[in-house]
Structures are given as structure tokens and as C-alpha cells.
Design a protein around this ligand. Structure first.
Ligand code: HEM
Length: 351
């Protein structure tokens, strides 16, 4: 079988962490990773697993339990609605100075997005999304506490809808949950979109980056979500429901599902290792494409998917408009083993 990791895309090599490289070299689509974990990249089986039961509270990311309680449907819905309002309002405001995009990617892009979308929040709420704070568990806890204790926090005019949810929360537990949801939602959005934009810039390469703008970027992003999907692995805790789906899965096995591998399956994709945005031209709903699930399948489909692509597109527009270029024209990049799959590079804007 063809190796699923290309040596180079447009002369632009991607060197995956050894454990990801091992996965890409697997021939089977259902394989044992260790004594209690089975890996799956088969499209049918993956859809069946995701449809077999709803995600458990402990398997959720943004909406895993917070402040000692499950996040109920109402506050989950309120949070995503507020995030949507903030993203739409944010992208309508002029972007921060483009020099903020210079430096190490994807980190500079994460900070840039946080400044763009959430810097209008008054202290101490704005600390919840500040990179210097989010990088430290201790400082994050202090910021959480400051916001929870300060009764007027989040009330400033011009503050975000997400901050408004903290302000409006009644009672200690609701407020602590609103603080946790603000922190998780802003982090998931900014980290995820920065990773997606970094992967797109790398895959496009300098020549293509000069050409692309407007509608072209949408197809670039869908093709990036195929070849380097930020959410490259999904996890399901084992149980009797899965054992009947495949003879290689026992009731005690946890499951690691790999969109990254499925998106390169030659049974489903022509020239799977080629970066070809054209394959998405005229595709009205890319997510209806078989063997493609950058935002999950029905049952646990991403609630923020309608925000992610437009925001990444806007960020790329700003980067290309300001002639963001990779520093030192590197020929390869490394992808470390992290929950979000992202290339790394240094970049400078032409301003
Ligand atoms: C680039 C950014 C993002 C990507 C690539 C992404 C991708 C995904 C994927 C693959 C799933 C399916 C997970 C599974 O089946 O285990 C998912 C589910 C979900 N995502 Fe996203 N996501 C992104 C950002 C966000 C953001 C910003 C939020 C909300 C603040 C969000 C909220 C959710 C929710 C609520 C689910 C359903 C699972 C659950 O109920 O917890 N996602 N996402």
C-alpha cells in the first residue's frame, strides 16, 4: 500500500512526529495501538462508531464538566450563540496591526485572533484569553478566580457577548461555569483557527499564496482540512456497544479514530497525497463527501464549524494582504504530537 505521508507537497516537506508517522505507515484500517486501544480509519466503521452512541460528558472538549457539574444544553447553546455573535462582530471590525502576525506560527496567529476578537473585554475578563496567562495553569486559575469574585466583571460597554454570559450568571457555580466556558471557547476557537490557517499557508506555498484570495481561499481551506486536519484524532471510551461493530474490537477497548488517515485513503480519494484545492470547486457541501470528517459526523458534529472556515479565511486574507512570508524559505516543517495538528514556522509580514 502507498505510504500515507508524502515526502513533500510542492517542495514543501512535512515531517510528522514519529508516532504520527507510524500511524501514517499502517496498512490496516483497523489496528491495535496498545493493549486497550484500537485505531480506526475505515470510513464505514468510523461513521458507525460515531453514530453508535452520543459522546459522553467526559469525552467532550469545550463542554466537558466544569465547576463540578455537567454543562447543560441551555448553557452550551447560549455559549455557542454568544461565540457566534463575537466572531461575526469581530471580523467586521478592522483587524489589529498586521505586525502582530510576525513571529512563530501558529502561536502568533492565536494571539492575533485573541486580540482581534476578545481584547475589548475589560479586566479581569480579558486575562482569561491572554496568551501569557493561558500558557500557565497557575495564572489561569488566578484569572478564573479574579473574574469569579469580581461582581462587575464583564459588564463594560463594548465587551463581548461571551463576557456578558459571565456577568449575567447568577450564583457561584453558574459563574464559575461561565468563566470556564469563556476560557475554553476562546481557546478552542483561536487555537483551532490558527492551526488551520498555519497549515493552509504551509500547503499553499509562497507561489500559490501570492495568487490566492477571495473565493480561492475557501477551497484551499477545505483541502487543508482534508490533508492536515487540526482535529486529526477523536477518542471514544470503550464499551459493549462498539464490540459488535468489528471483530477486532473488544468491549474493554478504547477507540482512537483517525480522520487524518481516512482523509488520505486511496480507496476514497484520487491522488490523496496531492494538495489540490480544485477538488472542492463547485462542491456545495464538502461535509457530505464520503470519508471526510474534519468537523465530526452526525451525532457529535462540531457546533462551531460555521465559524471556523470564515474566520480562518478572513485571517488568511489579512495575512496575504500584508504579504506574510515564511522566514528563511524553509523546505520542511515539523508537526509535533499534540491534540491539535499544526505545522510550525516563523513568518514576517511585508509591513
Ligand atoms: C478549528 C477549530 C475546530 C475544529 C477543527 C473542530 C473539530 C471538531 C470535531 C472533529 C468534532 C467531533 C468530535 C468527536 O466526534 O469526538 C467537533 C465537535 C464539537 N465541537 Fe468543534 N472544532 C473546532 C472548534 C470548536 C469551537 C470553537 C467550539 C465551541 C466553542 C466547538 C464545539 C464543538 C462541540 C460542542 C462539538 C460536539 C461534541 C460535544 O458535544 O462536545 N468546536 N469539533
Amino acid at each position: 500500500m502507498e505510504q500515507l505521508a508524502p515526502a513533500a507537497v510542492h517542495g514543501h516537506g512535512v515531517v510528522f512526529a514519529p508516532r504520527i508517522q507510524d500511524l501514517l505507515a499502517r496498512e490496516d484500517k483497523v489496528f491495535r495501538i496498545d493493549a486497550t486501544t484500537v485505531g480506526v480509519s475505515d470510513f464505514r466503521l468510523l461513521s458507525d462508531i460515531v453514530a453508535a452512541r452520543p459522546v459522553l460528558a467526559s469525552e467532550r472538549s469545550v463542554y466537558k464538566p466544569a465547576a463540578g457539574a455537567d454543562v447543560d444544553h441551555d448553557s452550551a447553546t447560549r455559549t455557542i450563540r454568544a461565540l457566534g455573535q463575537d466572531v461575526m462582530a469581530g471580523v467586521r471590525t478592522p483587524p489589529p496591526p498586521a505586525r502582530g502576525l510576525s513571529g512563530a506560527w501558529p502561536e502568533s496567529a492565536t494571539s492575533y485572533l485573541r486580540t482581534w476578537l476578545f481584547a475589548s473585554d475589560p479586566l479581569p475578563v480579558s486575562l482569561l484569553s491572554k496568551r501569557g496567562v493561558t500558557r500557565s495553569d497557575g495564572l489561569s486559575r488566578l484569572a478564573d478566580r479574579a473574574v469569579t469574585l469580581w461582581p462587575g466583571s464583564g459588564a463594560g460597554s463594548g465587551s463581548t457577548a461571551l463576557a456578558g454570559l459571565i456577568h449575567d450568571a447568577t450564583g457561584d457555580r453558574d459563574r464559575r461555569q461561565a468563566v470556564a466556558l469563556y476560557r475554553r471557547a476562546t481557546a478552542t476557537l483561536c487555537d483551532g483557527v490558527a492551526a488551520l490557517a498555519a497549515n493552509a499557508l504551509w500547503l499553499m506555498g509562497p507561489a500559490r499564496a501570492r495568487e490566492e484570495s477571495g473565493a480561492g481561499l475557501t477551497t484551499v481551506l477545505w483541502e487543508t482540512l482534508r490533508l492536515l486536519p487540526p482535529a486529526w484524532m477523536l477518542f471514544r471510551k470503550g464499551g459493549p456497544g462498539y464490540a459488535g461493530l468489528h471483530p477486532g474490537i473488544r468491549p474493554e477497548d478504547d477507540l482512537a479514530l483517525f480522520p487524518l488517515l481516512m482523509h488520505r485513503d486511496p480507496d476514497h480519494w484520487t491522488d490523496p497525497l496531492e494538495f489540490r484545492p480544485e477538488r472542492w470547486a463547485g462542491v456545495a457541501d464538502p461535509e457530505k463527501t464520503p470519508a471526510f470528517m474534519p468537523f465530526g459526523f452526525d451525532g457529535a458534529r462540531c457546533w462551531a464549524k460555521h465559524l471556523v472556515v470564515p474566520l480562518a479565511e478572513r485571517l488568511l486574507d489579512v495575512a496575504l494582504e500584508h504579504r506574510l512570508a515564511l522566514r528563511g524559505s524553509p523546505r520542511e516543517t515539523h508537526v509535533p504530537l499534540r491534540s491539535l495538528l499544526s505545522v510550525r514556522f516563523e513568518a514576517d509580514t511585508g509591513v
